[in-house]
Design a protein around this ligand. Structure first.
Ligand SMILES: *Cc1c(COP(=O)(O)O)cnc(C)c1O
Length: 410
């Protein structure tokens, strides 16, 4: 998968003639002050000074494009936006204070009361609440369909549908949807397609090249890569992004320049890290699949994954997140076995976060998906014995040894 020869087959990665991804990751959106610093400067200032009253008036009036106030103009935040837009192959990015703020800014900027959204049942839990509770309060109705079922997406369309929203691969089961096919369906009905690209990042998947209109990011995850800062972004065409920029400027879910600086540096090593996360996760998934106490492993990089071919066609790598089901002892619940496994690990951190150099382990059934009813859990195939691992950058042998401790306990 990480073979260079394979890249031209993956949409968005045939860059012959253009500046390469790795160069953009290091160089795009570079800013340099009159001091000539080599590393990007952090503009930790809330406002900017004008040389005259006339300049102030021109800045406020928009005839002078210079900086005004860091809620909507900050050079470090702009550098992060430019670098991310270049990596996603989008015209423009708008940064936000978190991934959820990015989704909210998109909803406020592009939808109105009476509009409808179709999204998948396998969504980040908080995104589900944003659509189903908060957007609904303002008259935006959301329909939930099985992620991979194109005909369900088609049947959910009404004359009021304005947006398709999805994550691929999904959390925690690693299900995929064919982005190009869904983009075609969306555009045939004048619907926008937004892809939350948090799990793959542009290093592994470029949804805009496959026809998506918008890409959403929680920069908190892999763009940072070391679990330090919260942030988010929306990427897409200028015309759409102008609406989203207006929301951030007016409503204020703005990214801090400090966090933007951390993400800017994170992007420089993004591809190296994503390749390493993918390599490690594949090795761990293959090892887990061979263990007698495992009932199933869910990872798009495995030959046994039902959408392995689609993952290979659509992604440059398979990502760092896998999940697996442990077998319970007779008379025990899957949850007891899963909890014993998790508690026996010593290297991995028990936390629901992901996209960190540190490996994290979690029991979705009682944490991220704990609020779901038993029926909803069954529909989402979140079994009692399911464990999710977001594979980090420790030595793979130490991670395997940690899992061996888990199996010895369960
Ligand atoms: C974490 C996450 C979000 C939300 O991002 P925050 O930065 O925590 O607000 C959205 N989508 C996915 C897929 C996530 O994993």
């Amino acid at each position: 998968m990480t073979d260079a020869e394979q890249l031209p087959g993956v949409p968005g990665f045939d860059q012959s003639g253009d500046t390469g991804f790795d160069t953009l990751a290091v160089r795009a959106g570079n800013i340099r002050s009159e001091h000539g610093e080599h590393s990007e400067v952090m503009f930790l200032t809330s406002s900017f000074v004008f040389r005259s009253a006339a300049e102030a008036a021109a800045r406020f009036g928009g005839t002078d494009k210079g900086n005004v106030y860091s809620r909507f103009t900050n050079p470090t935040v702009r550098a992060f936006e430019e670098r991310l837009a270049a990596l996603e192959g989008g015209e423009r990015a708008v940064a936000t204070s978190s991934g959820m703020a990015a989704i909210l800014a998109m909803v406020l900027g592009l939808l109105k009361a009476g509009d409808e959204v179709v999204t998948s049942q396998s969504l980040f839990g908080t995104t589900n609440v944003l659509f189903d509770k908060y957007a609904r309060k303002f008259g935006i109705v959301t329909r939930f369909v099985p992620l991979a079922d194109l005909s369900a997406w088609r049947e959910a369309i009404t004359p009021a549908t304005r947006l398709f929203f999805l994550e691929t691969p999904s959390n925690p089961l690693g299900e995929l949807v064919d982005i190009a096919a869904l983009a075609e369906l969306a555009h045939a009905h004048d619907i926008l397609l937004a892809v939350d690209n948090c799990f793959c990042t542009p290093a592994l998947q470029r949804p805009l090249a496959m026809g998506a209109d918008l890409v959403i990011h929680s920069a908190t995850k892999y763009l940072d890569g070391q679990g330090r800062c919260l942030g988010g972004a929306v990427v897409g065409r200028d015309k759409l992004m102008e609406e989203i920029f207006g929301v951030v400027r007016t409503c204020g879910p703005s990214l801090s320049p400090f966090n933007a600086w951390v993400f800017l540096k994170g992007l420089e090593t993004l591809r190296l890290r994503m390749d390493a996360h993918s390599r490690q996760a594949l090795a761990l998934a293959q090892w887990l699949e061979a263990q007698p106490q495992v009932a199933a492993v869910h990872y798009p990089g495995l030959q046994s994954h039902p959408q392995h071919a689609l993952a290979t066609r659509q992604q440059r790598g398979y990502g760092g997140v896998l999940s697996f089901e442990v077998k319970a002892r007779p008379g025990e619940t899957g949850r007891e076995a899963a909890w014993r496994f998790i508690d026996a690990t010593e290297v991995m951190s028990i936390t629901a976060n992901l996209g960190d150099a540190k490996t994290t382990i979690t029991h979705p059934g009682s944490t991220t998906h704990g609020r779901l009813s038993p029926e909803a859990k069954a529909a989402a195939r979140i079994s009692d014995g399911l464990i999710r691992i977001a594979v980090g950058l420790e030595d793979i042998d130490d991670l395997i040894a940690d899992c061996s401790r888990g199996f010895a306990a369960c």
